[in-house]
Design a protein around this ligand. Structure first.
Ligand code: PHE
Length: 481
């Protein structure tokens, strides 16, 4: 990629839409709501919003400006700014390598749900299916979702006639999703997908508003609305900040070099600062709406118990089908919704795979086809443990986590904060904020200049160090956070 002549986005709208296409994805719709539900609702939302307008704004501005200034993708760009920071490009490149496989696992779950709705079986996804028996012989049912991914509740075994846990179904859907992503990247038809997604994204916003309004009007949902919107400061902890920060990076495709690559295609006359604001508003708006679709409904269907709120990665898949089931025309609305989510997920997974392919291409000095094959096969292999961890490898845990949760933790809570921290040090003290400011001011006055300098030099590094240190101490049990 580095040696090709760079084509640029036609204008500001083109740039904002392309960057938003990468940013808006499962992070907003699947990940944000389950974290917000788990980490105290309103307090998580508040911390997230504060981080978005401070850390998110500063880091996205810095990354896009670095890309536009150097005209290079991440690995080369950091090296060009300062030789000693070449390693940062490698560190950043590791993030999409870890994310792509498990992202595609979730993409597979979405594909499965879309097919269930398309084939007229949407209602099934809201039901409890397989029956289990416990040690005393009493029968118990699990949800469609748990049955699909193959989670067997502790102490239970399948009842007669219900088969056994099999990983083949989730593996099949994962292969379909990652296969589609790989095919699009192989054929080089990303532009076509982007065009479709430019129509789909506004539809997604409108539909999400509709579903959110419906969801907050369900019985008892108001308790959930309060939980989601009113911060309860007693629920604040360092973990809330760590989770919100990881989510910010993930959702806005920061701290992994992606925005640097996008910036390298941005024309000099496009207003950088207002582009950043628009991407942020768009991305945060969709995440906020997803929260409103899902969290109040948890109170309607499960009474908002800590267990229901802390469900984790399965939350959206457990809750939304129940909302659609109650809705008039829910089968059709659910179909359209999962189709739109699938598109949002595809544009993101394409941008993840593209990044990894071009890194392998540049660095291993092999042609694009060979590097595509390596990335595809590699992602499939790394993706499998994430599926099996929720399935036949249910007992296998790494520092107390399933594989999928572990990969998610390593990328979002460890690697990305480190990349962000080193980026702040590079910009704040080595190339100096002035270099970024000059780049931003090529197109227009940098209005939040003072805020930018303060965050990049002081607020962000101090905050990230404190959070990282306390979570390491926490992991070793030295200090409870
Ligand atoms: N930001 C995307 C999302 O929210 C995930 C992603 C990360 C996509 C990095 C591309 C690159 O789903």
């Amino acid at each position: 990629m580095a040696n090709e002549k760079r084509s640029s986005f036609s204008g500001k709208l083109g740039f904002v839409l392309a960057a938003a296409g990468s940013a808006v994805g499962l992070g907003n719709i699947w990940r944000f709501p389950y974290l917000a539900a788990k980490y105290g609702g309103g307090i998580f939302l508040l911390v997230y919003l504060i981080l978005a307008v401070t850390l998110g704004f500063a880091l996205m501005t810095a990354e896009i400006a670095i890309g536009r200034k150097t005209g290079l993708s991440a690995i080369e760009a950091y090296k060009k700014l300062d030789k000693r920071f070449g390693f940062l490009g490698w560190l950043a490149a590791l993030v999409p390598v870890i994310i792509l496989p498990y992202y595609s696992v979730i993409g597979g779950w979405v594909t499965k749900y879309l097919f269930a709705f398309v084939s007229g079986n949407g209602a099934q996804t809201a039901a409890d299916v397989a029956t289990f028996v416990d040690a005393e012989g009493a029968t118990k049912a699990v949800s469609f979702f748990e049955n699909f991914i193959g989670t067997v509740p502790a102490g239970l075994t399948y009842a007669e006639g219900f088969g056994a846990v099999s990983p083949w179904e989730p593996i099949g859907w994962f292969m379909l999703f990652i296969g589609a992503t790989a095919l699009i990247v192989f054929l080089g038809v990303e532009k076509g997908v982007e065009k479709v997604s430019k129509i789909m994204m506004p539809v997604l916003v409108v539909l999400s508003i509709g579903i959110a309004i419906y969801a907050v009007c369900l019985p008892n949902a108001i308790d959930g609305v309060k939980y989601y919107l009113l911060p309860d400061f007693s629920k604040f902890s360092v973990k809330t900040v760590l989770a919100a920060m990881g989510q910010l990076f993930y959702s806005m495709s920061l701290a992994m070099g992606i925005m640097i690559t996008y910036g390298s295609y941005m024309k000099k006359e496009v207003n950088l600062e207002s582009s950043v604001s628009q991407i942020e508003i768009f991305d945060t708006g969709i995440a906020f709406l997803a929260g409103l679709m899902i969290i109040p409904a948890v109170f309607t269907f499960s009474g908002g118990t800590p267990e229901a709120l802390g469900k984790g990665p399965g939350l959206m898949f457990a809750v939304l089908p129940k909302v659609f089931e109650k809705m008039w025309g829910g089968q059709v609305i659910g179909t359209v919704f999962f189709l739109l989510v699938l598109f949002a997920a595809l544009t993101s997974s394409i941008s993840l795979m593209e990044t990894v392919v071009s890194i392998v291409c540049d660095k291993a000095k092999i042609n694009r086809k060979a590097s595509w094959l390596i990335v595809f096969v590699g992602a499939v292999i790394i993706g499998l443990p994430s599926i099996l961890g929720y399935n036949v490898w249910g007992e296998v845990k790494i520092i107390g986590m399933q594989f999928l949760d572990f990969f998610d933790f390593i990328s979002n809570s460890v690697l990305m904060p480190i990349v962000a921290l080193i980026t702040c040090i590079l910009v704040g003290f080595v190339i100096k904020p002035q270099a970024i400011i000059e780049e931003v001011e090529l197109s227009a006055k940098f209005r939040r200049k003072a805020l930018f300098v303060f965050i990049i030099k002081y607020a962000a590094p101090i905050c990230i160090i404190l959070i990282l240190v306390s979570s390491v101490l926490d992991a070793f049990g030295i200090f409870k956070i």
